[in-house]
Design a protein around this ligand. Sequence first.
Ligand code: G1P
Length: 271
Amino acid sequence: MIKQAIIPLAGLGTRLLPLTSVFAKELLPINGKPAIEYIIEECIEAGIKEIIFIISKKKEIIKNYFHNDKFYKDIISKKKDARIIKEYRKILRYKKMIKFVYQDKPLGTGDAVLKTKKFIKDKFFLMLLPDDLIIKKNCSRSMIKVHKKFKGSVMASLKVNKKTVSRWGIYGIKKNINKNNFIIKSVVEKPNIKQAPSNKAVIGRYILPISIFKKLKNLKPNKGGEIHITDAIQLLINDNVKFIGHNFLGKYLDCGTMNGYIKSSMEISKL
Ligand code: G1P
């Protein structure tokens, strides 16, 4: 069973400046709700019991958001507002299931994952990148089903325009398992058009094995001076560890860019 999820939240959010100059992008509202709450809801619906937030000193506002129960209590004692009471209970519930670890230098997703090593209890865990919202169908839940059926690691995949491959991690495909799943041959972080093995991109949902930590420990920074999770995954694939690409059915919203962030509120308001 997959019971733990990790969420890297130490990123600076430069693509969303100026909104992120004093604020955490994950708390920016999308249709009236902080982006991170959509991600937490996806986890809970998928059966996750504990979520590890990887934050930095600069992003402590995220911790404060979930540790704000005294503020709520004071308001509620003066004013018995049903909506606020509901929000308070929700925050309390989230607070109970979230643990915080720190990544003080922005050294990449791989480095963020490594910081959670001593907290992971089972053989596999889920990772969600908070910029990537997937609506209409719970991607994590579908991936957990795929993991159980095919006994391997699983990553979300989306066909993208060939011209945009250098924005993503891109998969090389070994063979199709069925319409929605394939065995991954390779994964390259942000290749140029010529190097890209396909137009299937990595989207931020990963079911990873604990053996990833060993690979991450010895990994050197790569593209952009960061330690990439994709590089550690490639090392595991080289050792014949099974990684499955899952063509998810939900709708993808790229909230990490200004255009995508603006569009996401409109898309969610239509639901
Ligand atoms: C990260 C990953 C990349 C993936 C993307 C999905 O990139 O490194 O492999 O395709 O998320 O959103 P970032 O968005 O942090 O540049």
